[in-house]
Each structure stands twice: as structure tokens, then as C-alpha cells.
Design a protein around this ligand. Structure first.
Ligand code: PMV
Length: 363
């Protein structure tokens, strides 16, 4: 599929009024996306677990404009976050709407009211762009489906992911679950740089119930945004090798996920997390997002794993928080480790218990 497949030409009558509510999850990458070209095209393939409890719920109300209002070709919307009008969030969403205008020209015909809330605290250091952007994308697709009821579920999901990607790259992995791949890869013929697809091979049951406890080491705003970080990969001395390594890791993880090879999973996932941060350390300008407590947690996890022969491991996204990953059958012991030894490294002892989920849900 190329981008032209996603262009909507309005051929059907548009409804006067419509309201849709969707819940979309966050996701955590196992093989990381870091480095892109325009417009949001990844330099390597990435793969993620879709989460369950960390999600955004968004309602969009569409009210058809009067014909004289449409002539101005303005994108008109109001935005409320957790019940409060948030004009400071509008520029990012306006930019997103501008990027998708070719694909969703009908948005010019509506006054839109967007109401959004997150299941996780806004200032938790958890990026809300993946769940936030994917929620807007599926609401738009619901309108598109009403305009054109013949849309297949496959097209609906692909275009929702395609639109979400234009809002925030990793958001394209938040439409389906439990595991999503984004970025063209020779071993996955359905894969695309334009949208995420469900992992097309068999998944060992252990990974369908995987647990992710997010240790909130630092709830503040990141000092370096992921947009800046991605851009620093352009002149990065190790970038080309990193992209080759990531694509090789995708090939390896296909077999790991099929076979349920947890030891190999742990090795690959932790190496990916540390490599992501190594890219940050070796960018120019260089930067560090992990904190002393991130390292204390990692060392505690390693010591515990060795002592107990546990299958606990960690991954990181672009921040200091630690995602602790483990199979469901080790939940009790890991919860004990977290309360006894790890939560003390979290801001206000806060952490979020999550697990692998199945994607966007219409409410
Ligand atoms: O989607 P962005 O532009 O916020 O980039 C996300 C990058 C990482 O979270 C670090 C990795 C990933 O694949 O999600």
C-alpha cells in the first residue's frame, strides 16, 4: 500500500453531527525506533508490546459547519484535557491536522470538540503522545467509516495507524495488540514504513500475558524531546550500524516470540534498551536521560535475576523510568521485589502495574 491509498475523496454525504469515543493504549518498544526521515519514516523496524492499563480516552464531537464557514479552509477545534480547556496543547494537534489534511479533507467541514483524559497521571514521565495521537486517529476513522460504511476493518486499522504515525511515530503501534511491528522488514512481508501491523506469526502464550510494571523514577518533563533525539541520529557516527543491528534484532525476536525463548528475549530486550541510551550518550550534542535511580534499579534487577534464576528484565523508553518486564507466573515474587527493593527508587514510591493488551477499543 502506498500513501495514495489513504487519500479520502469525499464522495458520500457528510453527517451533520457525530460523536465517537475511543480508548487507545500506550505501547512499549522491545526493539526501538530511534532515527527517522520525513514524514515520520523510521530508519529501522521496531516492535512493541501494546499495553493495557496505560491508556487515553478521547471523545470527538463533530458538528458540520455552515457552507460560508467552510470556505475559509480553517481547521477549527477546541481541546479539553481532563475537563479543562488546554489551548497550550493546540499547536501540536493543529500541526497534526495539517499533516493529515490530504488524507482526511473532511476535517475542514467540521467544528470539532476533543475531550481527552489519561488513565495515568499527566506528569508521570510516561509519554502520552502514543495513546493520545492514536485516540484522535481512531475517532477520525469512525467518522470516515460513517461517511463510507464499506471500509474494511483491515483498512480502518491501517489508516488509523497511518494517521497516528503522522502525529507521533510510535503512536502507529497503539491501534492493535498484543505485539505490533512498524517499519518495512524483509522477513515480514506485511510490514510497512507507513503503519504498524499486528505481529503476523505465532506468539508463544507466555508473551501474550507478559507483565510490565513501570517504575516512575522521574515524573518530570524530559530535558531532550524525542524529536530532537531522533534528529541527532542524522549525523550520528554509529547510526548506520545501529539501524542494521535493530533490523537483525527484529529477525531474532521473531523466533524468540514464536518459541517462547525467555532467556534470549531478556538478552535482546535489555541490549536494545541500553543501546537506545548509548545512542543518546554518543550523539553530538550528547545527553543523558537515565538517572542514578535508573541504574540502581537495573543493578537490583540483575542481582535478583542471578540469585533467583528469575525471568525478570527491564526496558527503557526515552526517559529515566524503568519498565520491568516479566511473565505472569512470576507476578507474585516480582511484586514483592518491587515493594521491598525497587519502589524506593521511584518518585514518591509510585509505579504503575500494566500488562500486554489488545489495542484500541470503541466505547
Ligand atoms: O514516537 P516518538 O517520536 O515519541 O519516539 C519514540 C521513541 C522511543 O520511545 C524511544 C522508542 C520507541 O520505539 O517507542
Amino acid at each position: 500500500m502506498n500513501t495514495s491509498a489513504f487519500i479520502n475523496t469525499i464522495t458520500h454525504t457528510l453527517p451533520q453531527k457525530a460523536t465517537y469515543t475511543w480508548q487507545t493504549p500506550s505501547n512499549i518498544a522491545l526493539v526501538k525506533y530511534w532515527g527517522k526521515s520525513n514524514p515520520q519514516i523510521p530508519k529501522n523496524t521496531s516492535i512493541s508490546f501494546t499495553l493495557n492499563n496505560c491508556h487515553t480516552i478521547t471523545t470527538i464531537e463533530f458538528i458540520k459547519k455552515a457552507p460560508e464557514e467552510i470556505k475559509d479552509q480553517n481547521i477549527d477545534f477546541e481541546l479539553y484535557f481532563e475537563g479543562k480547556k488546554k489551548d497550550e496543547f493546540k499547536p501540536k494537534i493543529t500541526e497534526f491536522f495539517k499533516r493529515i489534511l490530504t488524507y482526511c479533507p473532511y476535517i475542514l467541514e467540521y467544528n470539532m470538540t476533543i475531550r481527552s483524559k489519561n488513565s495515568f497521571p499527566h506528569s508521570s514521565g510516561i509519554a502520552s503522545s502514543a495513546s493520545g495521537m492514536s485516540a484522535i486517529a481512531v475517532c477520525l476513522m469512525s467518522l470516515e467509516k460513517e461517511i463510507n460504511p464499506n471500509l474494511s476493518t483491515d483498512f480502518f486499522n491501517k489508516k488509523a495507524s497511518f494517521l497516528a504515525r503522522l502525529g507521533s511515530g510510535s503512536a502507529c503501534r497503539s491501534i492493535e495488540g498484543p505485539i505490533v511491528i512498524w517499519g518495512k522488514h524483509p522477513k515480514i512481508k506485511e510490514s510497512s514504513d507507513l503503519y504498524g501491523v499486528k505481529f503476523p506469526y505465532k506468539i508463544h502464550p507466555i508473551f501474550e500475558e507478559y507483565q510490565d510494571t513501570i517504575l516512575l523514577v522521574d515524573k518530570g518533563e524530559k530535558q531532550v524531546s524525542s524529536t530532537v533525539g531522533h534528529n541527532l541520529m542524522h549525523e550520528h557516527p554509529y547510526a548506520e550500524n545501529r539501524f542494521i543491528q535493530a533490523n537483525q534484532n527484529i529477525e531474532n525476536i521473531i523466533t524468540i516470540l514464536e518459541k517462547g525463548d525467555i532467556k534470549a528475549f531478556i538478552n535482546l530486550v535489555e541490549s536494545e534498551a541500553l543501546t537506545l541510551h548509548a545512542m543518546m550518550l554518543t550523539s553530538n550534542p550528547y545527553f543523558i536521560l537515565i538517572k542514578p535511580n535508573t541504574l540502581k534499579i537495573i543493578n537490583t534487577i540483575w542481582a535478583y535475576r542471578q540469585e533467583k534464576n528469575s525471568n525478570i528484565c527491564f526496558t527503557l523508553d526515552a526517559g529515566a523510568n524503568v519498565h520491568v518486564l516479566y511473565p505472569k507466573n512470576e507476578k507474585e515474587e516480582v511484586e514483592k521485589l518491587i515493594t521491598d527493593k525497587l519502589s524506593k527508587y521511584c518518585e514518591k514510591n509510585h509505579y504503575i502495574c500494566d500488562n500486554v493488551g489488545f489495542g484500541a477499543k470503541q466505547l
